[in-house]
Structures are given as structure tokens and as C-alpha cells.
Write a protein that binds this ligand. Structure first.
Ligand SMILES: CC(=O)SCCNC(=O)CCNC(=O)[C@H](O)C(C)(C)COP(=O)(O)OP(=O)(O)OC[C@H]1O[C@@H](n2cnc3c(N)ncnc32)[C@H](O)[C@@H]1OP(=O)(O)O
Length: 260
């Protein structure tokens, strides 16, 4: 299995007191249960925590069933996101490589990522809630929070899109999906479809007009998934030299797009 480079912004929950110092003094916290996505709006590339868009997008995110909810990743999801990613893309690695891969991913998420001013990056998770209920106490003590069954990264970095004009400006208005992964035991239940639908909602809320991705042309499951969601393969001219995700040499990617 091959994956695009993982560029995820850590979304932090305002309910985590040790992260409060990172919140800008002007940030208001309307709802402690919301997750906060880092948006990059400063010249110095320092991430500022912003809210508002998150609340809107959270309301827009689709849910597959009461048991499976799609939402933006929170700080406390970082390990499960790393585990879902690594178990999906590198299923054959054993100890200690598998652990190192997860740690690498986990640290990347916890540290956050820099991005140019005005760009958005977010990680969506599909959370499967446990069916066990403990007379409401589970909600109070948070011991029935469910587990991350699927992940997806979406951004407006336009890293893998051709630059525009003589000054090679970054393309705007096109969201890019990467690192879509669903745990093996949760596949073929519509989780990836719901994550993609969630990414589309988020992209629309960011003002994007279209959404793009690269997909290994030999990954039948993924190609079918995106085609079934209305993505179309875009023919890239031979000599175009468009940037492509890092992968095993020889991998052929389909560049796929969908208008929003
Ligand atoms: C841009 C990128 O990130 S590309 C990388 C994609 N990720 C990977 O390859 C990681 C390993 N694979 C996975 O994690 C999963 O198999 C995924 C993400 C490809 C699919 O996740 P799932 O939750 O199983 O997909 P979901 O249940 O939503 O299926 C949607 C559609 O995709 C297609 N599909 C999914 N899995 C398969 C499969 N194994 N074989 C054929 N078609 C498949 C089907 O058309 C399916 O619709 P249907 O069930 O109505 O027939």
C-alpha cells in the first residue's frame, strides 16, 4: 500500500487545559466540546487557533449512523489517527518498525505542521461509538468515547497541483484530499464514502470550487471509491511535470477531480 505524505494539522480540544496557553488571547471559546482547527493566517506562519468555521463545518459533516460519526480530529485522537493510518498503509510491518512508524506519525500530529498564510489543513476522523451504554455515566466520564475507524486529510496547500502563471502562484479554491484510510475490520461499510462527503462539506465551507486527489491507479478499491463519489480522472499531459505525492518509484497515479 502506498500513501501520500501525511500533512495533518493537529486540532486541539479546548477542553485540554495544557493547550490553553497556545490559544491566542483574542480567541473566544464558545463551546468547550468543539474541536479547534489550526488555520494559518499570519505572515510568520505561526499557527493561530481559530474557531467558528469549525462549528459550521461540524454541523455540516455527515454521519453514517448514530454509531459512526465524522468530525474533525482532536488532540486526543492523535494516536488512533496514527494507528489507523499505519495499519492501513503499512499492514505488513512488524515490531519494532510498525511502532516506529506510528510514533513518527503521532509526533508529527502532536507537533503540528507549518503551512503558508491563508491555507487550511484539517484531519477528519470517523469515530465508531461503542454500543455499550452505562446509564449515561459513559458520557460523564468519557470512558465510552469510541474509537477512530477511519481518517482523511484535507488541505488547501495545493502542493500537488500545478502552479499558476509566470510567478508560479499557488492555486486557490481547490481542496486536496490525501491519506484516506479505514481500519480493516471496518471496511465496506461506507466509512470512506462518508469521510469523502465530509471533506467535500468542509471544502465548500472554505470557499473551494473543486476538490482533487492523487490515487494509485492500481488501488482498485480507492479508484472505485472516488469514481462512485463523482470524481473523474484528469489526463495529465506527458511533459507537464506536475508535482506528485512521494511514493514507491514506478507508482502510477490517477489525478482525480470533482467540481463542488
Ligand atoms: C487519496 C488517497 O488517500 S488514496 C488512498 C486510499 N487508501 C488506501 O488504499 C488505504 C487502504 N484501504 C482502505 O483504507 C480502504 O479500503 C478504502 C479507504 C480504500 C475504502 O474504505 P471503505 O470504508 O471500505 O470504503 P466504503 O465502504 O466507503 O466503499 C465505498 C466504495 O468504494 C469501493 N470499494 C471499497 N472497497 C472496495 C474493495 N475492496 N473492492 C472494490 N471496491 C471497493 C466500492 O465501490 C464501495 O462502494 P460499495 O460498497 O457500495 O460497492
Amino acid at each position: 500500500m502506498r500513501s501520500a505524505p501525511f500533512t495533518v494539522t493537529v486540532s486541539v480540544s479546548s477542553s485540554l487545559p495544557h493547550l490553553r496557553p497556545f490559544l491566542s488571547p483574542r480567541t473566544t471559546i464558545p463551546n468547550p466540546n468543539l474541536s479547534f482547527r489550526q488555520s494559518y493566517t499570519t505572515r510568520s506562519d505561526q499557527p493561530r487557533i481559530s474557531c467558528g468555521a469549525t462549528q459550521t463545518s461540524t454541523n455540516l459533516l455527515p454521519s453514517l449512523s448514530p454509531e459512526i460519526v465524522v468530525r474533525e480530529a482532536r488532540f486526543d485522537d492523535a494516536w488512533e489517527v496514527a494507528d489507523t493510518h499505519c495499519s492501513s498503509f503499512y499492514p505488513n510491518y512488524t515490531f519494532p518498525i510498525d511502532l516506529l512508524l506510528r510514533l513518527n506519525r503521532f509526533v508529527g500530529m502532536v507537533l503540528g505542521f507549518s503551512a503558508p498564510p491563508g491555507c487550511m489543513v484539517s484531519c477528519l476522523v470517523a469515530v465508531r461509538c461503542h454500543e455499550l451504554r452505562f446509564w449515561g455515566l459513559d458520557a460523564v466520564f468519557g470512558f465510552n468515547r469510541g474509537y477512530v475507524a477511519g481518517v482523511l486529510t484535507i488541505d488547501t496547500l495545493a502542493e500537488f497541483l500545478p502552479r499558476k502563471g509566470p510567478f508560479k502562484h499557488r492555486r486557490k479554491g481547490i481542496a486536496y484530499i490525501s491519506n484516506v484510510a479505514v481500519r480493516e475490520g471496518d471496511r465496506r461499510k461506507g466509512i470512506a464514502k462518508t469521510l469523502v462527503a465530509g471533506a467535500e462539506s468542509l471544502a465548500r465551507s472554505w470557499g473551494c470550487r473543486s476538490i482533487a486527489l492523487h490515487c494509485d491507479s492500481e488501488n482498485i478499491a480507492a479508484v472505485r471509491l472516488y469514481k462512485s463519489q463523482g470524481f473523474r480522472c484528469i489526463r495529465v499531459p506527458e511533459n507537464a511535470q506536475w508535482p506528485e505525492p512521494r511514493s514507491i518509484p514506478g507508482t502510477h497515479f490517477n489525478f482525480m477531480m470533482k467540481l463542488l
